[in-house]
Design a binder for this molecule. Structure first.
Ligand SMILES: O=C(O)CCC(=O)C(=O)O
Ligand SMILES: [Fe+2]
Length: 316
């Protein structure tokens, strides 16, 4: 049995309901995790498990629809980045075996209606705001631990439009997935601020905490949400917080045919007009990154990931 990645489990109850001292203590635990492995499991996060289960059930109903119907909601534009992406349409330097649906905050033109899928849009809208609240609290922890002032991240996320993603990795033969260059999702870092990740019980998510090529399972823990630092926060914190490489591969279950897997990431991005530039603390500290415009960064990285959007135009 491969040893699991050493990722702390932090209860968020003391942050939501505790005293100032409790909040500071949680902030430090979260920061310690983000500045080592770059990942943390948050329990008691305030989103009811029944809601999480409901969103997984809706994801299953959506992906069970015939392909021609899902293609009617196809994601067409990296800038809008909303809708359905079929197996094979997204990858960046390898072959992913997955399909996704992206939901946004302000506008979801490529979303099934209530006659297509009852309760889909309203449940995702609700879940989206619950994820956003949790994400902003996690960012508040970072601001507190780094003494940036409690509202530091509020000021760059007022109009933020994160991406809620439903992910389905279809059942597949182990032989196909274990070919060179193939994976359920190939090794990558996330490129926003940070990511909340809900996963089912199947497993297969692995993290390379110290970029040595030694991937370790980030095992599913029911009732928790995994949170990982992404590239913009690594840049903003001048490498204090670490955006670490991860991938999804064959789960360690017996058998030649791997079961379907579902996961739900929520990618936090700052306001499009925010400028993200390293915070330096001491006199002699050198900025390790140039400033980037958050909106341009997002579109550039999104385009890079979609094979069908290369050149900016999607096939219909
Ligand atoms: O499915 C997972 O567990 C991870 C998904 C992921 O890393 C991503 O979508 O960026
Ligand atoms: Fe990721």
């Amino acid at each position: 049995m491969v040893e699991a990645a050493d990722i702390a489990v932090v209860s968020f109850d003391r942050f939501i309901n505790g005293s100032d001292a409790d909040r500071q203590a949680v902030a430090k635990e979260v920061y310690d995790a983000f500045s080592t492995v770059g990942w943390v499991y948050i329990s008691d996060h305030g989103i009811p498990q029944s809601r999480v289960d409901e969103v997984f059930d809706l994801a299953k109903s959506f992906f069970d629809l015939p392909l021609h119907q899902k293609l009617a909601w196809r994601l067409k534009d990296a800038e809008v980045n909303q809708g359905y992406t079929a197996d094979g349409d997204e990858a960046n330097g390898g072959i992913d075996h997955k399909e996704c649906y992206e939901h946004r905050r302000f506008s979801n033109p490529q979303c099934p209606s209530s006659s297509d899928l009852p309760r889909f849009k309203e449940t995702l809208d609700d879940f989206y705001s619950q994820c956003l609240t949790l994400a902003l609290n996690v960012l508040k922890c970072l601001a507190m631990a780094m003494h940036l002032g409690d509202t530091f991240f509020d000021n760059i996320t007022r109009r933020a439009d994160p991406q809620l993603r439903l992910l389905h990795y279809p059942s597949i033969s182990r032989k196909i997935l274990e070919q060179e260059g193939h994976a359920r999702i190939i090794p990558h870092t996330d490129f926003g601020l940070c990511t909340l990740l809900f996963q089912d019980e199947v497993g297969g998510l692995e993290v390379d905490p110290f970029h040595t090529g030694d991937f370790k399972p980030a095992v599913p823990k029911r009732g928790t949400v995994l949170i990982n630092i992404a590239d913009l926060l690594q840049r903003l914190t001048n490498d204090r917080c670490r955006s670490t490489v991860h991938r999804v591969v064959s789960p360690s279950v017996a058998g030649e045919i791997l079961p379907s897997r579902y996961s739900i990431p929520f990618f936090i991005h700052p306001d499009a007009e925010a400028v993200i530039e390293p915070i330096v603390k001491g006199e002699g500290e050198v900025k390790k990154y140039e400033a980037v415009n958050a909106g341009e960064w997002r579109v550039w990285n999104t385009k890079k990931n979609y094979t069908m959007l290369k050149g900016g135009v999607a096939a219909a």
